[in-house]
Design a protein around this ligand. Structure first.
Ligand SMILES: Cc1cc2nc3c(=O)[nH]c(=O)nc-3n(C[C@H](O)[C@H](O)[C@H](O)COP(=O)(O)OP(=O)(O)OC[C@H]3O[C@@H](n4cnc5c(N)ncnc54)[C@H](O)[C@@H]3O)c2cc1C
Length: 399
């Protein structure tokens, strides 16, 4: 349990660095298990941008333990279908409404809303984020970790038994632990934009267009807007109406109206595919983007981090409360690192297929997909993979 030690220092069983979606989910899981962690974030308040916009079925199953799945479901837009296309031609159409789960849909919800719902749940359990606190350095001692934190109030040292890096791709916890982040960074970047537009192609389906110019995703969002995602060699920092329109005109459907009237939010980011070599070193552990980053094709990043957080939360609660010994923490990497590797493979394949440039390669891809998509087993395997349900075992702990 968190205990104040003196005016300049604190002591806690668990310190979480980062209050993005994975840090918030982990803190909520711990609080619900009777362990109140200290959770700090260098931002002065929670992020308010859209970013990850889809929550998959398996994530909702796992988030039931936090009591947030229903709330998320009420706020989001439920979609039954996902299609892979080459301009007007549907190559593969997936049906999520036939999946073996009570969450048989793709839930579209901007990430700031997801974080808000998680933060509310954390507060209901008695937890609170310490915003405006930057972790500058960590050092392991025989019985814990000393963490230097800087805030508006000055510097302080927090002593923790375990420190969790939920601090994103540039994780200071991962760097301090000396854990490698193996993989590659690519030249290509992604443009993201939430737009208002006239769109003749319905609001029931996420469409992923393959195009020699690059990948394009069009996904309906709640409140009548659409998420556009596209790969671009030199993406503008802020995409405008003309930029998004050009993407739709050159990569999207050739018939029907697709006319952008307003860009609500836009961002760009570089493509990285990396997994941490280990998820644990001693008393330091990693979750979410601190442990894995990849292409947003398939919308898996935040989802994988949320499942990591729930699994780690249960394991940590057992260790901290003395029900299991410290070696039980190794289970976390055994379960979750292979899951991240599978997700990287899925996102990598989708991206690779989507951006094939040569005409013969594209012809071959479209022909093969046209044939294999006739087999229900192929479609089901892709649906299970995208929804995360094929990775259920990677979230199950033996009692
Ligand atoms: C523009 C954009 C679009 C995206 N779109 C998608 C998408 O469509 N689908 C998808 O699945 N994913 C998407 N992602 C990825 C998704 O946003 C991440 O996977 C998700 O945010 C990871 O959550 P996290 O909590 O692990 O890390 P983050 O959200 O990065 O949170 C880390 C937190 O740690 C804090 N922090 C960092 N260092 C310190 C420190 N030293 N001290 C204190 N605090 C610290 C940061 O302030 C931050 O709040 C997108 C990301 C971006 C940037």
């Amino acid at each position: 349990m968190e205990t104040a030690v003196n005016a300049s220092g604190r002591e806690t069983e668990v310190l979480i660095v980062g209050a993005g979606p994975t840090g918030l989910a982990l803190a909520t899981m711990l609080v619900r298990s009777g362990v109140v962690p200290v959770i700090v974030d260098k931002l002065t308040t929670g992020e308010n941008t859209s970013r990850a916009a889809v929550i998959h079925a398996h994530t909702l199953e796992v988030l039931e333990k936090l009591g947030v799945s229903e709330r998320l479901g009420e706020r989001g837009l439920r979609l039954a279908r996902f299609s892979l296309r080459d301009r007007d031609r549907v190559l593969v159409r997936l049906h999520f409404d036939t999946l073996p789960t009570r969450y048989n849909y793709l839930l579209m919800l901007p990430q700031d809303m997801t974080e808000k719902i998680l933060a509310e749940r954390l507060a209901e359990g008695g937890g609170a984020v310490r915003w405006g606190c930057t972790v500058e350095a960590l050092s392991e001692t025989p019985d814990g970790v000393r963490v230097s934190v800087v805030s508006g109030a000055g510097k302080e040292t927090i002593r923790a038994r375990y420190v969790i890096g939920a601090d994103g791709m540039h994780s200071v916890v991962r760097q301090t632990a000396g854990i490698g982040f193996t993989g590659q960074s690519y030249e290509e970047s992604f443009v993201l934009a939430d737009v208002e537009m006239a769109w003749d192609h319905g609001r029931e389906e996420v469409m992923l267009f393959f195009s020699p110019a690059g990948l394009l995703v069009v996904a309906p969002l709640p409140a009548g807007t659409y998420r556009i995602v596209a790969t671009l060699d030199n993406a503008p920092e802020q995409a405008g109406v003309a930029d998004v329109q050009a993407l739709l005109d050159t990569r999207g459907p050739t018939h029907g109206v697709a006319r952008v009237s307003r860009v609500q939010w836009s961002s760009r980011f570089r493509l990285h595919h990396r997994v941490a070599d280990h998820y644990r070193r001693g008393r330091l552990l990693l979750v979410g983007d601190a442990a894995h980053v990849h292409s947003p094709a398939g919308g898996q990043g935040m989802n994988t981090g949320l499942v990591d957080a729930c699994v780690l939360g249960r394991i940590l609660a057992d260790v901290v409360s003395g029900r299991r010994d410290d070696t039980h923490l190794d289970t976390y990497e055994t379960l979750r690192r292979p899951a991240a590797q599978q997700v990287l493979q899925l996102a990598g394949r989708l991206t690779h297929m989507a951006i094939m440039k040569s005409a013969p390669q594209r012809f071959l891809r479209n022909s093969v997909l046209g044939i294999v998509s006739q087999f229900p087993g192929f479609r089901r395997s892709l649906e299970m993979n995208l929804s995360g349900l094929s990775r259920r075992a990677a979230a199950e702990l033996s009692q």
